[in-house]
Design a protein around this ligand. Structure first.
Ligand code: S0N
Length: 298
């Protein structure tokens, strides 16, 4: 149970967030990364805003998150994305059990699938892993069930001192044998990942830090300030280098899809070269490409 005293604690806002789209279940906001002008670019923040159910997600929530991550991806000003939950008590408590039908989660308005159970969250996990920008989970309170999986899928996790982590699947007749098991095992090791899933215990922030499940633990009040500091550090670095590093980390873990991402990122770089442009230009000008102009690099 959440500590009632936590309900009165406030996470200090660190940036002047501006609403950038209208959603029902989430908020999508962006802010200048360096309000003092000592740098450029923006940070995006996606907040699950259903505190009455500890930020559990229903199909509509997941649809909106997918849309918000797409907005963040497509915005050339945005360099880093923060994923958070509304309020001090929960990051996310996983799938909304009230929306769970007999064969998946059921939405009234889930992209033309009215009444048909599905697992939209699969697409969200893949999207976070493939997003070519770092995604930081900012965890206050509970990150449990599918909410725990969400932070596992994020690249970095900054936790508040009241953060509580755990999987609940086998308690409620559910499980995530996808990234929720495999990526978790890469992060904490097989024995600990199996413990988390097989025993369904809850772990405090200190234990999570000790296990390498999170990157940093700070006072709840300072959670956003610390998260933004981490984002600012990344915003000062080469965005393409970060993109390639993320693809590199995931290349082997995500199998052929991971290799494909890394390979296509090299396409993107190669297209910017004179050598690649010579091939394009020669085709358009109906002449033999003069590739002999380019070095055969050792
Ligand atoms: C989070 C917990 C520990 C908080 O306890 P606390 O502080 O005592 O608060 P409560 O009184 O329990 O909760 C407050 C109100 O919120 C409602 N609520 C909480 N969680 C949910 C939820 N998940 N769904 C619906 N409602 C929720 C409470 O009912 C209460 O409401 P009122 O006041 O009206 O009574 C504690 O709440 C808790 O343990 N919650 C449940 C955690 C859980 O089991 N989550 C579901 C786990 N399963 C999934 O997430 C599905 C995973 C999935 O979809 C999936 C499947 C395959 C592959 C991938 C995934 C994936 O999602 O990743």
């Amino acid at each position: 149970m959440a500590d009632p005293a936590d309900a009165d604690r406030t996470i200090t806002p660190a940036l002047a967030w501006e609403g950038a789209a209208d959603f029902t279940d989430i908020r999508y906001e962006t802010a200048a990364a360096f309000p003092d002008g000592d740098g450029g670019g923006r940070i995006a923040k996606i907040t699950i805003a259903r505190p009455e159910v500890r930020n559990a997600f229903r199909p509509k929530t997941v649809e909106e998150m997918i849309e918000a991550f797409t907005l963040a991806r497509e915005d050339p000003e945005v360099g880093v994305v923060v994923l958070a939950g509304e309020g001090p008590l929960a990051f996310c408590s996983g799938g909304d059990q009230r929306a769970r039908g007999d064969s998946g989660y059921v939405g009234d308005d889930a992209v033309g699938q009215k009444g048909v159970g599905r697992f939209l969250v699969t697409d969200l996990h893949v999207q976070i892993r493939r997003l070519p920008k770092p995604v930081v989970a900012m965890v206050a309170g509970y990150a449990v069930g599918g909410g725990h999986v969400l932070h596992v899928c994020c690249d970095l996790t900054i936790a508040a001192d009241n953060a509580t982590f755990g999987q609940t699947g086998p308690k409620v007749g559910s499980f995530d044998g996808g990234f929720g098991a495999s990526v978790l095992a890469r992060q904490v090791g097989q024995k600990r990942a199996k413990e988390i899933w097989f025993l369904c215990r809850q772990y405090d922030a200190a234990k999570a830090l000790d296990w390498g499940l999170v990157n940093e633990v700070v006072a709840l009040e300072e959670l956003e300030e610390e998260t933004v500091r981490w984002c600012q550090d990344m915003m000062r670095l080469s965005p393409f280098a970060l993109r390639l590093l993320k693809a590199g980390f995931h290349a082997e873990e995500d199998g052929l899809a991971g290799i494909q991402q890394l390979a296509h990122d090299t396409n993107l770089l190669f297209y910017g070269s004179e050598e690649a442009q010579e091939g394009r230009d020669a085709f358009k000008e109906k002449r033999r490409p003069e590739f002999e102009r380019f070095p055969k690099r050792p």
